[in-house]
Design a protein around this ligand. Structure first.
Ligand code: ATP
Ligand code: MG
Length: 578
């Protein structure tokens, strides 16, 4: 490809709204083009890299026996009502209507569609196990689309669905996908980690995230400094501290004027924070988004509430809950903003963190302005309607596996795999017949890869102050031949023959034959990050060129044939990506 004929509009400056290096580079290198918030188009170089990532994903899916199909982006609402997700998915679900007023959605994911295919087209155990997948645009009306392709409203996802006879079969399908994901992200050049994850609105019993390590990632990860335990913060299980054994004291009301926070009251009463109970008040909603009930959640004063664990404990989707207006709630439950405690609360669901079970002589709000209670004992003074782990595994806490200290880090979730079990086959009545002719439900798994988010994660991990440093496997072109003076026939002649030699070997070549200053060409080559640069300049008459890798600073002068050979060797060795 000759750059004089190519559409490429690189920019010196990034748009103001771009915070991440990768977002800036996507725009500056003219890979993407914004149309609306979270809605992007892909320009020639960007689209080539997208297609390469798709191809890697496809090859690894096919390797484990996945079959590619292609389903519509528009789904009838009926399917989603059948699974219940028309209600449960929430405001991210992009709803549309046709001219007749019939409801449709733009796919955010496709469990319903794939379950529907299998329930109507597959009938016998003989056809199992089966994995179907497609790679298509997905739509999620995200509350805060941001960071370019990281959190967009239209994005490309590969989603696969496995159908097995039993849990053992599902285990095998799940592990096969796991292996495929390790290969595909390795091939894309990502430094990633597999962590245990929460199932979220997709549902099911077990899940893992593939997280590209990055300080700017939106996933917060907890990992052990000793063993290989790693999980998202949402998911990470906590080990409860054993309650301190003490004589139970009397329940006492104490005057604690103006002490609305845990720190205030503990300072005032000279108590360690671990001797206090933190209260958080919520209201939940039903399917029609009418208020359903009040919820009071209690954790030890030094702990943080984990919202995902709380909604899981309540069995509701995340968007069915929000912080309560304490005045409105107080009128019904007796709580008092800043002074709420578990003793004597009424008309609300009390969720107690498991660590509070057995604790004695704690300090909590007295449900009375400017007052707390001391001597609060679990069991004697209050109990939970729900008692479970609802806290965050904090840095320095004990690893749930080995007890060593936990550390936090961040990552970009590029893929997630789920064991769904029978959630969708039950709700959508998807059955096959076994050897005896009995109807049995499918055991399903689903497996997503964010293709466009992966593209940006690769850039986030592979760049320097000059631009992108593409791994060969996903680079839009593999080699760039920069011609210092295209008006010079010798230089252009040599560049053309290098181009031809490389193309004969199947290498993807860009030739920068633009009428621009050499400095501009070098800057652009660095910005767009092509792995190998061959510069044809003054030494063309001697058949010599400069050979340079984007990821290295050294430049070597060599005979053009040697440069071609070096480029071919490098590209062929690295193109597969592992
Ligand atoms: P997140 O927690 O980041 O919102 P998710 O867990 O809701 O993502 P999944 O339903 O697991 O996402 O979707 C599969 C993959 O699709 C994700 O691992 C991610 O790589 C990608 N993805 C999800 N939402 C977006 C988005 N808004 N923009 C770009 N990629 C996305
Ligand atoms: Mg996910």
């Amino acid at each position: 490809m000759r750059m004089s004929k190519m559409h490429l509009k690189t920019l010196r400056e990034a748009p103001k709204e771009a915070d991440l290096v990768s977002h800036k580079l996507l725009v500056r290198a003219n890979l993407i083009r914004k149309l609306a918030a979270g809605i992007y188009g892909f320009m020639p170089l960007g689209w080539r890299s997208v297609r390469k990532i798709e191809q890697i994903v496809r090859e690894e899916m096919d390797r484990i026996g996945g079959q590619e199909i292609h389903m519509p982006h528009v789904n009838p609402a009926e399917l989603w009502k059948e699974s219940g997700r028309w209600y449960a998915y929430g405001p991210e679900l992009w709803r549309i209507q046709d001219r007749g007023g019939r409801d449709f959605i733009l796919n955010p994911t496709c469990e319903e569609v794939f379950t529907d295919i299998v329930r109507s087209e597959v009938s016998s155990y003989r056809e199992l196990p089966m994995t179907l997948y497609h790679i298509q645009f997905k739509y999620r009306d995200e509350a805060r689309p941001r960071y370019g392709l990281m959190r967009s409203r239209e994005f490309i996802m590969k989603d696969a669905y496995s159908f097995d006879r039993d849990p053992e079969g599902l285990d095998e399908s799940y592990m096969a996908e796991w292996g495929a994901y390790e290969r595909m992200f390795t091939r894309c050049g990502l430094n990633f980690r597999v962590v245990e994850a929460d199932n979220g609105p997709i549902g099911g019993s077990r899940s893992h995230e593939f997280s590209a390590l990055s300080d700017v990632g939106e996933s917060e990860l907890a990992f052990c400094t000793e063993c290989d335990y790693a999980a998202t913060i949402e998911r990470a299980e906590c080990t409860d501290d054993a309650p301190v054994v003490e004589e139970m004291e009397e329940l006492k009301e104490v005057f604690t004027p103006g002490t609305k926070t845990i720190e205030d009251v503990c300072n005032y009463l000279e108590l360690p924070v671990e001797k206090s109970i933190k209260a958080l008040m919520f209201v939940t909603y039903d399917d029609d988004l009418n208020p359903a009930e009040y919820v009071a959640a209690f954790v030890r004063g030094d702990r943080q509430l984990n919202m995902i664990k709380l909604v899981n404990a309540l069995g509701i989707p995340e968007h069915y809950i929000e912080f309560a207006d304490e005045d409105a709630m107080g009128a019904v439950t007796g709580c008092v903003g800043g002074f709420t405690g578990p003793v004597g609360l009424k008309n609300c669901r009390i969720v107690v963190d498991s660590e509070l079970v057995g604790t004695v002589n704690m300090c909590a709000g007295a449900n009375k302005e400017d007052h707390h209670q001391t001597g609060v004992c679990y069991g004697r003074d209050y109990v939970g309607d729900i008692v479970t782990d609802i806290k965050v595994l904090a840095e320095g806490d004990r690893c749930p596996r080995c007890g060593k200290p936990i550390k936090h880090s961040r990552g970009i979730e590029v893929g997630q795999i789920f064991k769904l079990g029978t959630k969708y086959s039950d709700s959508m009545n998807a059955m096959y017949k076994d050897e005896q002719g009995n109807d049995c439900v499918y055991h399903m798994g689903c497996y997503g890869v964010g293709v466009t988010r992966t593209l940006q994660a690769v850039i986030e991990q592979n760049n320097d102050e000059h631009g992108i440093i593409w791994p060969v496997s996903v680079a839009p072109y593999e080699v760039i031949v920069t011609v210092v003076n295209p008006a010079d026939e010798t230089q252009m002649g040599l560049a053309a023959s290098i181009e031809e030699e490389l193309e004969k070997k199947g290498i993807e070549v860009l030739v920068d034959d633009r009428d621009e200053r050499p400095g501009v060409k070098f800057k652009d080559a660095d910005l767009i990050g092509i792995p190998v640069r061959i510069t044809v300049g003054k030494l063309a008459g001697e058949d010599k060129v400069e050979y340079k890798l984007r990821r290295e600073s050294d430049m070597n002068v060599m005979a053009s044939a040697d440069a071609v050979q070096a480029a071919v060797d490098l590209v062929l060795a690295e193109r597969f990506g592992m």
